[in-house]
Design a protein around this ligand. Structure first.
Ligand code: GLN
Ligand code: ZN
Length: 772
């Protein structure tokens, strides 16, 4: 028998119902009972929908209110002191949300003894996705207890609705490796204390008649740290022994198991899930190793990370080869490659998309139909799914021959990229001299990262313009007035290099994507980023080119208002790539080069118009880093090349800036230096300039603007605090290569914070100049 299975469904809802429910609760417009009822209705509806799609193994415990890693931390009692949990029993919503968002000083928080200054847990990216999880905080003394068997409760909830679900658990080793110890101890050392709690969860599920539990250990797709392999062996022996009748499905995804394959095969599980999209390389070895016939193989052949329709015939061939190697289709599961958390819910509700594009897309609901069709084919033979295979073939053929997908002019330009196009004309030192002569800036020049507050008025005007109640001329006049006011204010504040403020931009990727050929936008294509926050990534579906200048007019209008230099402001090619769904019929680096060429034209045009400083933001540069070290070099090579392709068309005297947000720089500092931007601004305020260490020890040769103001917090530090930070920076980086700026763009802040904070930034720079 083969089974259609799913690993996880998008939680947020086709109309972002979960977001609405959470935000109403946080705003005090609903109470706990309402929030919980709305979340329960949503997950019940999602399970029913999966059932209607023909899925046999429907996941449960895959739909946390905020984050699944946080849910595991609270379920396992891994809760630091100060958050109002008394060491036993269920964890309140107030505690969970204080961990997720930081304490708000609210009445329910005080009633539960939550410290008014309890900070949110740190947040970081879930493997190489754009989903962010909360990092559990542990120490050597952490004791685990089962606060509540939530997988069991949710299994029972679904059962009461007539559904036998497959609860999902984050595996114990992955849980520990994703956590952070505050005392420098080894998280894995806590495993023996953690395993009894997992055993208790599993025993509860077995007793309730649950047949399968999916245990996710995606660390198997990474380079395992020392001790992890032994930890996995110990954990799985313990779990398999805890509830002998219960079938455990070991799930890894996001890449091949590679050198961890043997380990994965050796773990005592009833089934093994393979990501056969990103990890297709594992398959021959798995089949050759002869996964015992009594063990199930879950074949993740439908891409859970992208929005394209599956090549159903290709996937079916793969499944057939698996069935053949195993002597039949018995004990096979067909599934998406990973949880569908990373794709939008239903392409059916996209009424504004180009029909041809829409026919080549598959969101969660469509992907499950694909899973179902493939399973049916395995069970009943190819003839049973001839229609589905034919439709898939036709969609692929149509996409291939669509003239909007392949633009020969783009291919020709790409083929003509010569090595000298990837290099500035002179080395940094010579450029710096030319730029100093042209710009005549003081030492410690002050600037900002680009955006000024996106106020309620700006959002209202944009919405009114979108609705048609504010005409083009009215909207334009409004934006110009905002820009002019910002320029005047920066002059008065004494900022040296000004920005126009990005008031006209809805989003730093969307703004450019909307002006580039090859990009498309959905109306409801939301994907959870963290908590209630969602993003609707654009879809790159054709060759990218730039029909017309994108930023030139706004830069010109701003520069016309002042004698001081105004920076040109662009989103870089690597970021444009990572924050989009990328076509799957071209290698990612080729798509990135296309974007780089389009941006290169924009850079050249800005320069020709007299722009002396052009910033190309790359906040997502590090995000694209592959999970495996062996693949990182190749990624960094092409990512650097793409940035340089976009930036290198200018003369020595034109200054290129880049900006990256918070990141670990140590392992990519060589690549950052190779980008060869004249100046880079980074987030360093919160780390009190510690992040500069990487730049200092590498002898980073170009200029740096280490942020002196943490714009993520509403707190406005005084100028003495910024001066102290700047002195710390000056102790690490030579003064002539330092810029003075905030950590990041200010679009999420209000003017009441930005005005005084920028005044303090300028005062700090002046103080340091005086001390020279
Ligand atoms: N220029 C952008 C801004 O200031 C950069 C934002 C970012 O790095 N995320 O908003
Ligand atoms: Zn930033």
């Amino acid at each position: 028998m083969s089974i259609a299975a799913n690993l996880g469904f998008p939680r947020i809802g086709r109309r972002r119902e979960l977001k609405a429910a959470l935000e109403a609760f946080w705003a005090g417009q609903s109470d706990e009972a309402v929030l919980l009822a709305r979340a329960a209705a949503l997950r019940g509806g999602h399970q029913a929908l999966q059932g209607a799609c023909g899925i046999g193994h429907i996941p449960s415990h895959d739909a946390p209110l905020y984050d699944h890693v946080l849910d595991h931390a609270t379920m396992l009692g891994a809760i630091p002191a100060g958050y109002g949990w008394r060491g036993e029993g269920p964890v309140s919503l107030a505690t969970s949300f204080a961990l997720a968002r930081g304490a708000r000083g609210s009445e329910p928080e005080r009633a539960r003894g939550i410290a008014a200054d309890a900070p949110a847990l740190e947040m970081t990216k879930w493997f190489d996705t754009n989903y962010h999880y909360l990092v559990p905080r542990l120490d050597a003394d952490t004791r685990f207890v089962l606060t509540e068997n939530r997988p069991l409760a949710l299994y029972a909830e679904a059962l009461a609705d007539g559904r036998r679900t497959r609860p999902v658990l984050l595996g114990p080793v992955t849980f520990l490796l994703l956590s952070k110890t505050v005392d420098g101890s080894q998280a894995l050392a806590l495993l023996p204390r953690l395993l009894p709690v997992y055993a208790e969860i599993l025993r509860g599920l077995a007793a309730a008649g649950c047949a399968w539990v999916q245990v996710d250990e995606p660390v198997l797709a990474t380079d395992l740290p020392p001790g992890a392999a032994d930890a996995l062996r110990l954990a799985w022996r313990s779990m398999a022994g805890a509830a002998p009748g219960l079938n455990l499905l070991l799930a890894s995804y996001f890449g091949p198991l590679g050198d961890n394959l043997e380990l994965a095969l050796s773990l005592p599980s009833a089934g093994l899930h393979l990501d056969l999209v990103r990890g297709a390389a594992d398959l021959p070895a798995v089949l050759a190793a002869g996964l015992p016939r009594d063990r199930w193989l879950s074949c993740g052949v439908v891409d859970g990370r992208n929005v394209w329709r599956t090549d159903l015939r290709g996937a079916f061939r793969t499944l057939e080869s698996v069935a053949q190697a195993r002597g039949g289709a018995g004990r096979l599961m067909v599934s998406p490659s990973c949880s569908l958390l990373h794709v939008p819910v239903d392409v059916g509700q996209e009424d504004g998309l180009d029909p041809a594009l829409k026919r080549s897309l598959a969101f969660a609901v469509q992907k499950l139909a694909e899973v179902r069709a493939l399973t049916l084919g395995l069970e009943q033979g190819e003839g049973a799914i001839a229609d589905a295979l034919g439709a898939s073939d036709a969609a692929r053929a149509a996409r291939k021959s669509d003239s909007r997908v392949s633009d020969p002019a783009v291919a020709a330009r790409l083929a003509a990229v010569a090595p000298e196009m990837l290099q500035r004309g002179a080395p940094y030192a010579r450029r710096a001299t030319a730029q100093a002569a042209r710009l005549a800036l003081p030492v410690f020049p002050t600037t900002s990262i680009g955006s000024w507050p996106q106020t309620a008025e700006i959002r209202q005007a944009r919405a009114a313009h979108g609705r048609g109640t504010l005409d083009d001329a009215g909207y334009d006049a409004f934006l110009l007035a905002e820009t002019e006011a910002a320029i005047r204010w920066q002059e008065e504040a004494g900022v040296d290099v000004l920005v126009h403020g990005e008031f006209e931009r809805n989003d730093m990727v969307k703004y450019f994507g909307e002006q580039l050929a090859g990009y498309a936008f959905t109306r409801h294509g939301w994907v959870q980023s963290y908590g209630s926050r969602c993003v609707a990534p654009p879809i790159i579906w054709g060759d990218v080119s730039r029909p017309a200048p994108m930023t030139l007019a706004w830069w010109q209008r701003a520069q016309a208002l002042t004698a001081r230099p105004v920076k040109g402001m662009l989103t870089g090619p690597v970021t444009m790539l990572h924050w989009s769904f990328v076509r799957d019929d071209l290698p990612r680096d080729v798509v990135c080069r296309q974007i780089a060429l389009a941006l290169r034209d924009e850079v050249a045009e800005l320069e020709a118009a007299g722009c002396a400083i052009i910033q190309i933001d790359e906040p997502a540069f590090r995000e694209g880093l592959p999970l495996r070290r062996a693949e990182q070099t190749n990624y960094l090579r092409w990512a650097v090349e793409c940035f340089r392709l976009s930036a290198s068309a200018v003369a020595d005297g034109t200054q290129i800036h880049t900006h990256m947000c918070y990141a670990e720089f140590n392992d990519i500092i060589g690549a950052i230096a190779a980008m060869d931007a004249d100046a880079i601004s980074i987030e360093t305020a919160r780390s009190r300039m510690e992040l500069l260490e990487a730049f200092e020890s590498f002898d980073y040769p170009n200029a740096i603007g280490p942020g002196v103001w943490d714009i993520h917090s509403p707190r406005v530090p005084d100028s003495a605090e910024m001066t102290a930070l700047l002195r710390r920076a000056a102790a690490r980086i030579p003064a002539e290569r330092l810029w003075v700026n905030p950590d990041c763009g200010c679009k999420t802040r209000g003017w009441a914070e930005v005005r005084p904070a920028m005044a303090h930034v300028v005062a700090a720079a002046r103080q340091l100049r005086a001390e020279l």
